[in-house]
Each structure stands twice: as C-alpha cells, then as structure tokens.
Design a protein around this ligand. Sequence first.
Ligand code: CA
Length: 233
Amino acid sequence: MTALPSTHDRTLVLIVEDEESYLDALHIGLTAEGFAVLAAPTLAQARETLKSASPDIILLDVMLPDGSGIDFCREVGASSNIPVIMVSARSSEVDVVLGLEIGAADYVTKPYRLRELISRMRAVLRRVNPRVDDEVIAFGDLRLDLGRRTLTRNKEEIVLSRKEFDLLALFANRLGNVVTREECIDALWWGLELSDTRSLDTHVKRLRQKMEAVPDEPSQLLTIRGVGFRLDP
Ligand code: CA
C-alpha cells in the first residue's frame, strides 16, 4: 500500500491513467503547482484508492487496461460529488463521452498542455467550491493572485507575460523551498527540449527585472547554484 501524500491545505488530485509518460509528467507538473497527487494506473486501483482517500478532483483516462473510464465516471458520480475531468486520446472519444452525458465536469484531449489542464482544473474546482481559487500568495511587498493571474505591489499591477506568470506561480506555490531546474522545465515546457534551459534563465532574468529592486542582486528570487531557484517570503 502506498502512503498517502500529506495534503495540508493542498488540493488532492487522483490521476487515473495507464500511460506512464502522462502519469509521470502529470505527477511532476501538478506537484510542482502545489497539488497533492494520488495515481492509479487501473480502475481497480482507483476504486481501492477511493476507499481510503477523498480527492477533490479526478483526472480520468477513457481507455484503461481493466475497463472504461466512462463506466468509472458514472460510478463516481453515483457515489460522490467528486468532479471528474475526462481525458481522452482522440477527439472522437470526446464525442462519445459527450453523447453519453456521463456527468463529467470537463473534457480534455491528448496531447494537452499542462497549463491548459490546470486552468480547466481550477475552473472546475472554482465551480464546485468557490473558495478554492481565491488563492493569493504574498511575498515581500508583492501579491500574486492565482485566480486573477495578477502580480501587484501596493495595488499597482506588474505586467507579466504568460510564461513569466506561470513560472512565478510555480515558485510561489513552493515559497521558501527550492524548485529544481528540471521541475521548472517539466512544468512549463513539458520537458520537451533541452534548449529550453536557456529559455528558463531568460524568463527568470525578466522576472527579476520586473520584481527585484536590484535585479542583478536579487533578494527574493534566488538562484540555488547547480540546483534551481528559490522564492523567499
Ligand atoms: Ca489509456
């Protein structure tokens, strides 16, 4: 039996997915975003997990080795209020899922971007529980509003590009802790290309120019040499 991750106030996500590459990437990406993650590669394991855990949301693949995610979605809907996002391999599957009205909260088609999935998840969670997305993370004299996607200092907005915001949100979700370069690249670029490592440095540099008083001597967004970065409170 796997130990359940400690959830504290984090949103608990159950990923039901048999493709290891998706499962691994999701696990890393969602953990980096501050979610607590449980994984089940089969329906049997998903059912087992639900006996002892109450996830806030379920990401459910349609085709699983021991059955159909469609049936499982109905099962979940009949026995709980946990919202389900269906993940299908082809858009033709989405048509089937939609036609059946199985009570899923939303649908995504592979391949999807992690960003897109997370914003869909947040939208679903906001619908279910309006408090969830009101998250504002404060550090120094800055406030990062994850729902509104704004960074402000003394109520003045600091305009960030999408990637800059996503990167800062990644750091802010782990305030005071190191985020490795690999985690940054996996979360933001899906770990696609090694050349992205330079792109990561460029984004960090731009963030510092926007948020640090002395960008060359950062006091908040620190480089941890050879490892990654740390945003300090
Ligand atoms: Ca599958």
